[in-house]
Design a protein around this ligand. Structure first.
Ligand SMILES: Cc1cc2nc3c(=O)[nH]c(=O)nc-3n(C[C@H](O)[C@H](O)[C@H](O)COP(=O)(O)OP(=O)(O)OC[C@H]3O[C@@H](n4cnc5c(N)ncnc54)[C@H](O)[C@@H]3O)c2cc1C
Length: 421
C-alpha cells in the first residue's frame, strides 16, 4: 500500500469505491486543499480505467462545467460528442414507421438560451483514465483492497480492509455502488425494487453520420436509446445504444450469434443511419430503483449509486453522482476553511440537505417515465402521446429533460456552476 504520512494537523478523508464520482470528489478536494487534506481511495479495482471499456454516458451541462473547473475538460473533450438534438418516438416494434412526438434542438428556445449543447456523450474509459491520472498527480492515495467494516473511534472513523490492514480518517465516503456494504453496515434504510427489465449496452458502427442527434424510441419493452459518439470504428461513425428489454427476453436475444444480435438491433434502430456493425458489446446490466433513507451516518456520507439508483431512461445516474461529489466538496471545503471537523454532524447534515431532494425528484421522475412508456396499454399510449405533445410546447418541462431544471442554478454546488471551491 502506498502511504503518505499525514502532516501534523492535517485532516484525512477516506473514500470506499473508485467510480467516476469518487475520483471527481478526490481530485476536487486535493486540488483545493493540497496536503491539508489526505485523500485515500480504496477499491479492489483501484480505479482501473479498463473496467469502463465500452461504456459511454450522457454528461449534462453541470458535469461538464465541473470537469472544466477541475482542468480535465480539454483532456477528455476528444472523447466527447455534443448532443445537439434529441428525437423521441413512441411505437411498437412491428410498426413500419416511428412517428416522432418530440424533438429538442437548437430551434428550441430553452436550448438557444443556454447557447450550448444540452449534454455530451462521453466515453467512460478515457474519462476514468484522465481522472485517475489527475488524482495521482494531485497526491490522492490509491489502495487496492475492499472495505470490510467501519466503526467510529473517538473523533475519527476506522475502516478494516480485506487485506487485514486498517485506516483511520475524519470522514468516510461510502461510494461502493448500489449494493453498498457500508450503507448496510451503518443500518441506513433503503427503499428499492428491481425493474423486470435489463439494460443492454453496445457500441454500434453506422455508415451515415448522426449529426449530433440522439434518438430515444419508446418501445413496449422499454426505451431504446441511440446516443452519438465521436466518429470512428469500421463504418466511420459510431453511436452507443442503451436498450431496455424485458429481463425474460434478454437472455434469448443475447444468446444468439453476433449477426443475429445485430439483426435484433437493426429492427429497433431503424435504418436512418444506414448499414450497421457491432463494434463493442453487448453487455447486460440489471436495472433497479433505490433511494437511501438517509445520506449520512456517524462520520459517514453516502455518494453516487450507494445513495440512489435510478432507471437509465434519462441517462442521469452518473450526473447525480457528480452532483453529490460537488455538494460534498462544498461542505468539506466550508468546514476546512473554518478549521472545523469535516466529519461532524453539521457538515454531513448540510451535504444531505443539498442532495436528498434533488435525488428523490430525479428518481421519482425517471421511475414515472419508465412506468408510463414501458407498456403497450392503449389508453396509456394515448395519454403519453398527448403528454409528449404537451411537453413539446412547454419550455419549462423541456428544461427538465435537458437537465437544467432539477435544481435551480443558484442552489447548485459550486463546481456544477463552473465555480472554484
Ligand atoms: C445501462 C445503464 C446506462 C447508464 N447510462 C447513464 C448515462 O447515460 N448517464 C448517466 O449519468 N448515468 C448513466 N448510468 C448510471 C451510471 O452508470 C451510475 O450511476 C454510475 O456509474 C455510478 O457510479 P458509482 O461510482 O456511484 O458506482 P459504481 O460505478 O458501481 O462504482 C462503485 C465502486 O465501488 C467499488 N466497491 C464495491 N464494493 C466495495 C468495497 N467493499 N470496498 C471498496 N470498494 C468497493 C467497486 O469496485 C466500484 O469501483 C447508466 C446505468 C446503466 C445501468
Amino acid at each position: 500500500m502506498t502511504a503518505e504520512m499525514p502532516r501534523p494537523g492535517s485532516r484525512s478523508l477516506l473514500i470506499a469505491g473508485g467510480g467516476l464520482p469518487s475520483l471527481a470528489l478526490a481530485l476536487a478536494l486535493r486540488q483545493a486543499h493540497g496536503p491539508a487534506l489526505t485523500v485515500t481511495v480504496i477499491d479492489p479495482g483501484a480505479a482501473d480505467p479498463g473496467r469502463h471499456r465500452g461504456r459511454a454516458y450522457a454528461l449534462a451541462t453541470g458535469g461538464r462545467r465541473m470537469l472544466e473547473q477541475l482542468g480535465l475538460w480539454t483532456r477528455v473533450a476528444r472523447a466527447a460528442e455534443p448532443i445537439t438534438a434529441m428525437v423521441i418516438s413512441d411505437s411498437r416494434l412491428a410498426d413500419p414507421v416511428r412517428p416522432v412526438f418530440l424533438t429538442f434542438g437548437q430551434e428550441d428556445e430553452a436550448m438557444r438560451a443556454a447557447n450550448e449543447p444540452f449534454a455530451h456523450m462521453i466515453e467512460a474509459e478515457p474519462l476514468a483514465e484522465a481522472l485517475a491520472e489527475a488524482c495521482r498527480a494531485a497526491g490522492v492515495i490509491f489502495v487496492t483492497a475492499g472495505v470490510e467494516r467501519a466503526a467510529s473511534e473517538g473523533p475519527a472513523i476506522r475502516v478494516g480492509l480485506t487485506t487485514g490492514e486498517s485506516l483511520r480518517g475524519d470522514l468516510l465516503v461510502a461510494a461502493d455502488g448500489a449494493r453498498s456494504r457500508l450503507r448496510e453496515a451503518a443500518r441506513i434504510g433503503w427503499v428499492g425494487w428491481s425493474y423486470p427489465q435489463v439494460g443492454i449496452v453496445a457500441t454500434i458502427g453506422h455508415a451515415r453520420p448522426h449529426e449530433g442527434r440522439a434518438f430515444e424510441h419508446f418501445l413496449p419493452a422499454g426505451p431504446f436509446a441511440i446516443l452519438p459518439l465521436r466518429d470512428g470504428g469500421t463504418l466511420g461513425h459510431r453511436s452507443s445504444i442503451v436498450w431496455t428489454e424485458r429481463a425474460g427476453d434478454a437472455d434469448a436475444l443475447l444468446s444468439g450469434e453476433p449477426d443475429e444480435i445485430l439483426t435484433e438491433i437493426e429492427r429497433r434502430f431503424t435504418l436512418d443511419l444506414g448499414q450497421l456493425a457491432l463494434e463493442h458489446g453487448p453487455s447486460r446490466h440489471p436495472l433497479a430503483f433505490g433511494l437511501a433513507r438517509a445520506f449520512r451516518a456517524e462520520r459517514l456520507a453516502l455518494l453516487g449509486d450507494a445513495a440512489h439508483v435510478i432507471h437509465p431512461i434519462a441517462g442521469q445516474g452518473l450526473n447525480l453522482g457528480l452532483a453529490d461529489a460537488a455538494a460534498l466538496a462544498d461542505a468539506v471545503t466550508g468546514a476546512l476553511r473554518l478549521g472545523l471537523d469535516p466529519g461532524s454532524p453539521d457538515i454531513l447534515r448540510a451535504y444531505e440537505r443539498a442532495r436528498r431532494f434533488d435525488s428523490f425528484a430525479m428518481a421519482a421522475a425517471t421511475d414515472g417515465l419508465n412506468r408510463l412508456f414501458s407498456n403497450d396499454a392503449l389508453p396509456l399510449r394515448l395519454a403519453r402521446d398527448l403528454g409528449l405533445g404537451i411537453v413539446d410546447r412547454l419550455p419549462g418541462l423541456k428544461r427538465f429533460f435537458i437537465g437544467e431544471a432539477a435544481a435551480s442554478r443558484g442552489s447548485r454546488p459550486r463546481l456544477m456552476r463552473g465555480e472554484a471551491l
